[in-house]
Design a protein around this ligand. Structure first.
Ligand code: PLP
Length: 345
């Protein structure tokens, strides 16, 4: 990719310079879409589109395009962490939002589906498949009894197989598992896309972008190109099944140490929904010993392990194990955690 930065495929220009309507870029768009279709076995009656505005852009786009599917203009939300909470707040601007389960005091679990009450007549049911900040991941597809299901998969996209046909819409910002910031993928069932509210900005309008193959306006060309390279890499490394095997292995290495540390390390998340992508934990005691956590982070940084600090809203440590993190990387962290435990126990 670095070689091609200045000279794409012998064309003498970079993807950064070429017209988004050139034949070279059209090929890149088609390759990216086809790879996504292949990797996820996306059925033919689904559109694959590329938007700017990141994951957060889709917090708005989803209600702007879908909340008008039914007369009542209401949507059901599962709120299990920061990102689904933000999405629900955004949707409230455009219709009525029902949180379908008792409100959670802490984002450490998925409320038992038997406690959910879905609203008859709601336009869709929304959830965040992996809560990046809190490390809560769904290991099941919510049962919606026929209602349109929408999922934010920004932080676990292509980390495991997913049956797209169970969803009305899946979206994912690229920057965790499929490339760099600037582009969000939207996979949406065709029959859902012509219900946008009149106030929907044209760049977020699913029907307009579908009709224009995501080229209504200039797309994030370079980010899409990078995505095509990452998708090729996933394909060449065994596809999503292989990613899942690796991600299970990597995350087990970290959770195993947490579980066997006699509460030196603690992960507050229910065992059934612990994320394979983001492992949040505290060091020293249940609420975390901040001095010890600082020492942990400093020591890790000396070993070249960076970005382990938990999100500012929750503190502690967070190990993110996206597809690009190797088993060896995870092993290095596991070894360090073992050593640190030995020294401080
Ligand atoms: N959804 C999830 C699950 C995320 O992890 C993030 C960002 O970390 C977002 C949405 C927001 O994405 P963006 O920063 O691209 O708007």
């Amino acid at each position: 990719a670095q070689k091609e930065l200045l000279d794409y495929n012998g064309s003498g220009v970079s993807v950064l310079e070429m017209s988004h309507r050139s034949s070279d870029f059209t090929k890149i768009m088609n390759t990216t879409e086809n790879l996504l279709r292949e990797l996820l076995s996306i059925p033919d009656n689904y559109k694959v589109m590329f938007f700017q505005g990141g994951g957060t852009g889709q917090f708005s786009a989803v209600p702007l395009n879908l909340i008008g599917l039914k007369e009542d203009r209401c949507a059901d939300y599962l709120v299990t962490g920061t990102w689904s909470s933000n999405a629900a707040k955004e949707a409230e601007k455009y219709g009525k939002v029902n949180v379908v389960h008792p409100k959670l005091d802490t984002y450490t679990k998925i409320p038992d589906p038997s406690s959910w009450s879905l609203t008859p007549g709601s336009s869709y049911v929304y959830y965040c498949c992996n809560e990046t900040v809190h490390g809560v991941e769904y290991n099941f597809i919510p049962e919606t009894h026929g209602a349109v299901l929408v999922s934010d998969m920004s932080s676990n996209f292509l980390s495991r197989p997913v049956d797209v046909s169970k969803f009305g819409l899946i979206f994912a910002g690229a920057q965790k598992n499929v490339g760099c910031a600037g582009v969000a993928v939207v996979i949406v069932r065709e029959d859902l896309i012509d219900h946008a509210l009149t106030e929907c900005p044209i760049v977020l309008n699913y029907q307009v972008q579908a009709q224009n193959n995501s080229l209504y306006n200039t797309p994030a060309c370079f980010s899409i190109y990078i995505m095509s390279l990452v998708l090729e890499w996933i394909k060449n490394n065994g596809g999503v099944d292989a990613m899942e095997t690796l991600n299970k292995k990597k995350s087990s290495m970290i959770y195993d140490i947490i579980n066997s540390s006699n509460h030196f390390y603690t992960c507050p998340v229910d065992v059934a929904c612990r994320s394979r992508m983001n492992v949040p934990f505290r060091v020293g005691k249940k609420q975390g010993d901040e001095t010890l956590e600082k020492e942990f982070l400093d020591g890790a940084s000396k070993l070249g392990m960076i970005s382990l600090k938990g999100h500012r809203s929750v503190g502690g440590i967070r190990a993110s194990l996206y597809n690009a993190v190797t088993v060896e990387d995870a092993q290095a962290l596991a070894n360090y955690m073992k050593e640190f435990l030995k020294e401080h126990q």
